[in-house]
Design a protein around this ligand. Structure first.
Ligand SMILES: C[S@@+](CC[C@H](N)C(=O)[O-])C[C@H]1O[C@@H](n2cnc3c(N)ncnc32)[C@H](O)[C@@H]1O
Length: 225
């Protein structure tokens, strides 16, 4: 599935083939039985908690805690990730805790995904990858929001990165203001609801604590793209 024989289809100046993302993330997920906390991300709860449920897309859903939370709030959820290992784990967790949850799990590399504007909410939380630049993945996220729908993008703010793990590649990270600029989120097509930096305390894998900063962007699509 991930053979190098296809590299010539993608390679220009060292660009990664889409399958590289699957390899990278599968490896990370296989390295530990559980990578994330299992709790929904706080900015998702803060921002989506006030929205009327509809059809939601969780991009880079990982082990599925956000998708599960959304389903429990009444959303019909499509949860997408490039890692088959993460999706298997997410599915098993959802089946165990909420067997009737309305979630479709989709194995998809965003690098080869063609979005359609179908969703009332598109959320991407910490969709950080060195393989696909954030500018590209967040643009795809915006293209999946239907008119009247919400775009929610959350990432580690470059000035408040976790001191643990491998957060050593500054170009992976963005501020909410940079997202607005890069994606051209402006009137009359978009209304900006939240452009913010939020601090929170967090605990690392070895129990160490730190104050982190989240870049938070929420926007409403007012006109078709
Ligand atoms: C840092 S994790 C965040 C997971 C989850 N959103 C959370 O907050 O717990 C990033 C996720 O994005 C996924 N991802 C990275 N690059 C991707 C790509 N090109 N296509 C689809 N998913 C991707 C990874 O597999 C991983 O699960």
């Amino acid at each position: 599935m991930t053979g190098h024989e296809h590299d010539h289809d993608h390679g220009h100046g060292g660009e990664a083939a889409p399958t590289d993302a699957a390899q990278l993330w599968d490896e990370l997920y296989r390295s530990r039985p559980k990578v994330w906390s299992g709790r929904p991300n706080p900015q998702l709860v803060a921002e989506a908690g006030t929205l009327p449920p509809g059809r939601a897309l969780d991009l880079g859903c990982g082990e599925g805690a956000d998708a599960l939370w959304l389903a429990q709030q009444g959303w019909t959820v499509t949860a997408m990730d490039v890692s088959a290992v993460a999706l298997e784990r997410a599915k098993a967790h959802a089946q165990e805790t909420a067997p009737g949850a309305d979630i479709e799990w989709v194995l998809q590399d965003l690098a080869s995904w063609v979005p359609e504007p179908l969703f009332d909410l598109v959320t991407a939380q910490f969709l950080h990858s060195t393989v696909l630049p954030w500018q590209q993945s967040l643009r795809l996220a915006a293209a999946a929001v239907r008119t009247g729908g919400a775009l929610l993008l959350v990432g580690h703010h470059p000035a408040g990165l976790p001191p643990w793990g491998r957060h050593n590649s500054p170009d992976k990270y963005f501020t909410a203001e940079e997202v607005v600029q890069e994606l051209g989120l402006e009137a009359p097509e978009w209304r900006l609801d939240v452009v913010d930096t939020r601090h929170r305390s967090a605990t690392g894998p070895d129990g160490e604590t730190a104050t982190l900063a989240d870049a938070v962007l929420r926007a409403t699509r007012l006109l078709p793209g």
